[in-house]
Write a protein that binds this ligand. Structure first.
Ligand code: MN
Length: 511
């Protein structure tokens, strides 16, 4: 194919499949179907490829302590492509000072791919510090990670997915923060490893608030989403290299002190396969006296590849989440996926509750007031539910049901009280439905747009008027046209056309 240094330096290899010989094109296609990423492309890229030093300017002088604790890196794989696992290991070995790595523990979660048996064993035997464990039967990511952890001996553990690549200087900043405070769990700046070309794409720039995204919990399913940092947090930081408080984690690279992880009861062993463990760990470290931070000076690329959903994995995920909610969320468990109680059997959680009690962890309310006061919980807004027009009486604001579009016109529709009409007024002063926010930046049009969390045209006032409310943004109010047929954003006036009935639910968390 005439490739020179494919993928080296983190550049990708974008193959023009139409130019490949038929047989090769078929191999390429098959590799995509098998793994959800192009292992064909991966196998053309050297197992040991250099990545550039992308650390922020201030990082080099910050992390020079030679007496940091040692680390065990724990990597689970299940039928991961050989080249992807090995590139993960090489990148660790090449970009970490040897004295900081005590061991790399690979746990094979009962893979069936033959190349991951003897050939892998033989390949990794060149690394003195790499151990390979085999689970006898499929354990799932969560329990396999604990098998690796139990085998490990260093004072700091790093759990890493088997499809990552580490940049120069990735480990020192993670461990330094833990050495300062052992109840802080740290995660790196995560970049993206493209699943087709294996190109590394930088995602975050810590100097720009707009591009600075941190993981936040989503309700009702307790996954994570990327959302922008609050102004308060932004102002607290004095240097772009400062650690960033993170309400949640992605879960693909986690550094944690052995003693803190043990004290927190490790991962809940009742969680199946994967999903929910990152949420559980995030919530409990915050509630039980620790914290969770992203360390800007640490850089790791992770391949985000789609998981094929199935009914089975769906139920399993819901069950995991039901466990986490029932242990940690107090009254807020009613806002999670299992609010209807459809997952009745989530197993015995009594030892988890006992653990929470013995550690005297805060109630979940603490998370909402101290960790992420901007946490959005649909149905728990300051105002929540239907927004009914006073003049018309029977018509409500309706999002039309499109949740992920760019700009969507809001409709006036007869009130039915279903999802498209259930709005929340949030602590960020958004008027929100799912991930869409009412936006006043489009002339007299009343639209929703993807929430950006940066206030501006998505900042509203809900002004109370004798039981009714005005919805106001930058001096304009949402109302109904005089012909009473459509919505319009116009100068505020004194008419029932601009007055709405909306239920107040609670006090703002932030004044
Ligand atoms: Mn992953």
């Amino acid at each position: 194919m005439n490739l020179t240094h494919p993928g080296v330096g983190g550049t990708g290899l974008l193959l023009d499949v139409s130019k490949l010989p038929k047989e090769e094109a078929e191999k390429f296609q098959r590799s995509l179907e098998q793994r959800e990423y192009s292992s064909y492309t991966s196998s053309l890229i050297p197992l040991q490829r250099s990545l550039p030093d992308i650390r922020l300017k201030g990082c080099h002088s910050l992390y020079t302590d030679l007496s940091l604790p040692e680390t065990s890196v724990i990597i689970i794989f299940y039928n991961e492509h050989w080249s992807v696992v090995l590139r993960t290991i090489h990148s660790i070995m090449d970009n970490t000072p040897p004295h900081l790595i005590k061991e790399v523990i690979l746990v094979d979660d009962a893979s069936t791919d033959k190349v991951l048996k003897e050939p892998l064993e033989e390949y990794v035997s060149r690394f003195r510090k790499v151990q390979l464990l085999r689970a006898e039967s499929r354990q799932g990511l969560i329990r396999a990670r604990m098998i690796g952890f139990q085998q490990s001996t260093a004072p700091v553990a790093v759990f890493m997915d088997a499809h990552c690549e580490c940049f120069p200087g990735w480990l020192e900043p993670l461990v330094t923060r833990i050495a300062e405070n052992q109840s802080i769990i740290t995660t790196p700046t995560l970049h993206s490893l493209d699943s087709r070309s294996f190109k590394i794409v930088k995602i975050h720039e810590w100097g720009k608030r707009k591009s600075l995204l941190i993981p936040t919990l989503t309700f009702p399913n307790l996954l994570f989403t990327w959302s922008s940092m609050s102004e308060e947090e932004w102002k607290k930081r004095t240097r772009e290299t400062d650690p960033v408080r993170s309400p949640a984690m992605v879960g693909c690279v986690i550094a944690v002190s052995r003693s803190w992880f043990k004290k927190l009861g490790m991962f809940d062993p009742g969680l199946e396969i994967w999903g929910g463990e990152n949420t559980e760990l995030s919530i409990k470290t915050w509630l039980c006296g620790g914290g969770l931070e992203i360390i800007p000076c640490s850089n790791v690329a992770h391949m985000y590849h789609p998981h094929r959903p199935s009914e089975e994995s769906d139920i399993r995920y819901k069950r995991n989440i039901a466990r986490v909610s029932n242990v940690w969320l107090d009254k807020y468990k009613h806002y999670t996926d299992n609010y209807d109680g459809s997952i009745a059997d989530y197993g015995d959680i009594s030892d988890r509750i006992a653990l929470r009690d013995s550690l005297k962890c805060h109630p979940f309310e603490f998370y909402l007031t101290n960790v992420n006061p901007y946490q959005f919980i649909p149905g728990n807004g300051i105002y929540t539910g239907l927004i009914r027009n006073v003049e018309l009486g029977i018509d409500c604001l309706d999002s039309g049901g499109r949740q992920n579009g760019d700009k969507v016109n809001v409709l006036l529709y007869s009130c039915h009280g279903k999802g498209n009409q259930l709005w929340d007024f949030t602590d960020r002063r958004e008027i929100r439905i799912g991930g869409q926010c009412l936006d006043s930046g489009y002339g007299d049009n009343v639209v929703t747009k993807k929430c950006h969390g940066l206030r501006g045209n998505q900042e509203w006032e809900v002004i109370s008027l004798e039981g009714h409310v005005l919805l106001k943004s930058h001096g304009y109010c949402v109302g109904v046209t005089k012909s009473e047929s459509a919505l319009v954003l116009g100068k505020c006036h004194n008419s029932a056309l601009q007055q709405w009935i909306w239920k107040q639910n609670r006090k703002p968390r932030i004044s």
